[in-house]
Structure formats: structure tokens, C-alpha cells
Design a protein around this ligand. Structure first.
Ligand SMILES: Cc1cc2nc3c(=O)[nH]c(=O)nc-3n(C[C@H](O)[C@H](O)[C@H](O)COP(=O)(O)O)c2cc1C
Length: 195
């Protein structure tokens, strides 16, 4: 199979994390979200445990999710640190966001691979989501806010004790194009060992 490598490199460079404040409020067709999840499902997975699990919140489901996030924020924030503005923002988000995908890790019941490998596999699935979102010219990002690692969120999502919520992928329509992402040199992060 021949691929256009320069287009692929461009796609990688144009992948961005775009926050909800910058979404137009337009809704994405469920069929596109399904295709994005089909792409996530192709991530590498040691011993084929396929540990990624997704819960898609849309429509009234979004309101339910954001209300839970607000509640968790309130419960976990000391009164002197509590911000009414931040609390209220949870309830406003559904006007901007199209879908939210809860990113979960399902621990293999036979523990065939270490847990960290399962988390890595889920992260690979999330990268497939990121790249698919870029290819569809949509906006999105992986958030570990909203009470991601709390027991309350775990219960809300109906996860088993050994499973984990790893965050939320927010999805929406973007209002404009963003500059390519930037990183410091890969040379500083790579060591080549020749002998
Ligand atoms: C595991 C993980 C968790 C993240 N959590 C958040 C988050 O809670 N809030 C947020 O604004 N961005 C979050 N991000 C997105 C990063 O902020 C973003 O990747 C970074 O700013 C670089 O921007 P770029 O993705 O557009 O290149 C997360 C990214 C990863 C990989």
C-alpha cells in the first residue's frame, strides 16, 4: 500500500488539543464519532487484551456528565478554594461540546500483561482518536480534569474495582484553524547507540 507520507506528516503536525471554549456549538454526526472509535479500536495491544473502553456522552447524557463533574468538584474542593465561576462553567459546557468520550481502561481478568501496558495501549487508542479528529477537521482534546481519578467518577461510569477512568475526550466543531503544535528538538530526547 502506498501512502502520501508528506500528507501524513502534515496531519501529525496539525493535531492539536482544542479546549471547549473554542468550539462553535455545532453537533457532530454520531456516525463520525463511531468511525473515530473504530479507529481507536485499531490501537496496538499486547496479547490482544484490547483494554480500551469508551462511554460516549451526547445530548442529555452530556448534561448528566457535567452535573456529576460539578458535584465532584464541589465535594473535593475546600470552601476557601471553591470558585462559583468554575462550578457554573460545568453546566454551560453542553452548549459548546458535541460529544464527550470517557476514556477507560479495562483490566484483563487474567492479568496477562502488567497494568502499565494496558494504560499504554489505551493511550495509543487516544492518539488514534486525536489523529482522526484532525483528519475530520474537528476540535477535541484529552482532559484529565472533571474528577477523572476520583472514586465518585469511577462509580458514575460503572467501572469495576480493577478498571480505571483515564480521562475524557471532548469533541466539538472548531471555529478556526490553529497553528501547528510545537515541541523542543527530538534530538535532545533521543540517544542513538551505534555500538
Ligand atoms: C494524558 C493527558 C492528559 C491531559 N489532560 C489535560 C487537561 O486536563 N486539560 C487540558 O487542558 N489539556 C490536557 N491535555 C492536553 C495537553 O494540555 C496538550 O496536549 C498540550 O498542551 C500540548 O498541546 P497540543 O496537544 O495541541 O500539542 C492532556 C494531554 C494528555 C496526553
Amino acid at each position: 500500500m502506498q501512502y502520501n507520507i508528506s500528507e501524513f506528516n502534515e496531519l501529525l503536525k496539525n493535531r492539536r488539543s482544542v479546549g471547549t471554549a473554542q468550539y462553535t456549538g455545532e453537533k457532530i454526526d454520531d456516525s463520525i464519532v463511531r468511525q473515530i472509535l473504530e479507529n481507536a479500536n485499531l490501537a496496538p495491544t499486547h496479547r490482544l487484551t484490547e483494554p480500551w473502553r469508551f462511554k460516549v456522552f451526547v445530548g442529555k447524557g452530556l448534561e448528566k456528565l457535567f452535573a456529576k463533574m460539578a458535584e465532584i468538584y464541589q465535594v473535593h474542593t475546600a470552601p476557601e478554594k471553591f470558585s462559583q465561576e468554575k462550578y457554573d462553567k460545568f453546566f454551560e459546557q453542553h452548549h459548546k461540546v458535541s460529544h464527550v468520550i470517557a476514556i477507560c481502561m479495562h483490566r484483563d481478568t487474567q492479568n496477562r500483561v502488567p497494568e502499565i501496558e494496558e494504560i499504554c495501549a489505551v493511550a495509543c487508542a487516544v492518539q488514534n482518536i486525536y489523529l482522526s479528529v484532525t483528519a475530520y477537521d474537528l476540535a477535541g482534546y484529552w482532559s484529565t480534569g472533571g474528577g477523572t481519578f476520583t472514586q465518585e467518577m469511577k462509580s458514575f461510569l460503572g467501572l469495576a474495582a480493577q478498571d480505571q477512568c483515564l480521562g475524557f475526550f471532548y469533541l466539538g466543531c472548531k471555529a478556526k484553524d490553529y497553528p501547528s503544535t510545537r515541541r523542543s528538538s527530538i534530538e535532545d530526547k533521543t540517544e542513538w547507540i551505534h555500538e
